[in-house]
Design a binder for this molecule. Structure first.
Ligand code: ADP
Ligand code: MG
Length: 204
């Protein structure tokens, strides 16, 4: 049986990586063979492209094309083979992030992103997408507290993150069957309880 594909989304500092680790552990405890991965990245070539897009100044369309180039590689080498062999794949970010960051954040026309998505994915979508939602000022505060050096995206303005956040919320409202919103102002424990409910209700 084909595995399930779950993606985690949200602005920087919203809790994706924290809940990614928890979700992998939760699914393993349920006896599921699960592959953790992330975008941009997930393959040796994808990780090289990640290093470039997170550090190198570039044209907005170059950025979008590189994101989808890395995604094509990710699908072909890792995601689709794993799902075909019955494994589940849980990715820290996927295509919704392109709409939110390159689209909402940077202003790339949605039609261009849709064309790239159709080309690279041919209709393939996640089974479930979890959007961690948090006011931008709290996210920026949490990021600052981690003390790590901000990348090219994390250095963006609060207004940029507000546009990214609103794009995620807009997409979640447009596709409520696939995309679930989690309130990241809640405690980790409460969020995990909700995640548990969502996974059990939708995927088993
Ligand atoms: N619900 C929460 N309550 C309090 N702090 C949180 C919560 N979720 C995440 N954090 C903290 O916020 C910071 C950013 O979380 P992280 O998972 O790295 O976010 P992202 O991967 O979305 O950028 C981390 O220090 C993490 O411990
Ligand atoms: Mg992260």
């Amino acid at each position: 049986m084909r595995g399930k594909f779950i993606t985690l989304e949200g602005i920087d500092g919203a809790g994706k990586s924290t809940h990614h680790a928890w979700l992998i552990d939760f699914l393993k405890r349920k006896g599921i063979d699960v592959v953790p991965t992330r975008e941009p990245g997930g393959t040796p070539l994808g990780e090289k492209l990640r290093a470039l897009v997170l550090s190198e100044p570039m044209h907005l369309e170059t950025e979008a094309l590189l994101m989808f180039a890395a995604r094509k590689e990710h699908l072909d080498k890792l995601i689709l083979p794993a799902l075909a062999s019955g494994k589940w794949v849980v990715s820290d970010r996927f295509t919704d992030a392109s709409y939110a960051y390159q689209g909402g954040g940077r202003g790339l026309a949605e039609e261009k992103l849709r064309a790239l998505e159709d080309w690279a994915q041919a209709g393939f979508r996640p089974d479930l997408t979890l959007v961690f939602d948090l006011p931008t000022e709290i996210a920026l505060q949490r990021l600052a507290e981690t003390g790590h050096r901000p990348d090219r995206f994390e250095q963006e303005s609060q207004a940029f993150f507000e546009r990214v956040r609103q794009t995620y919320l807009f997409r979640a409202h447009a596709e409520p069957g696939r995309i679930k919103i989690l309130d990241s102002t809640e405690s980790l424990h409460n969020i995990q309880k909700k995640l548990e409910g969502i996974i059990l209700a939708y995927l088993f």
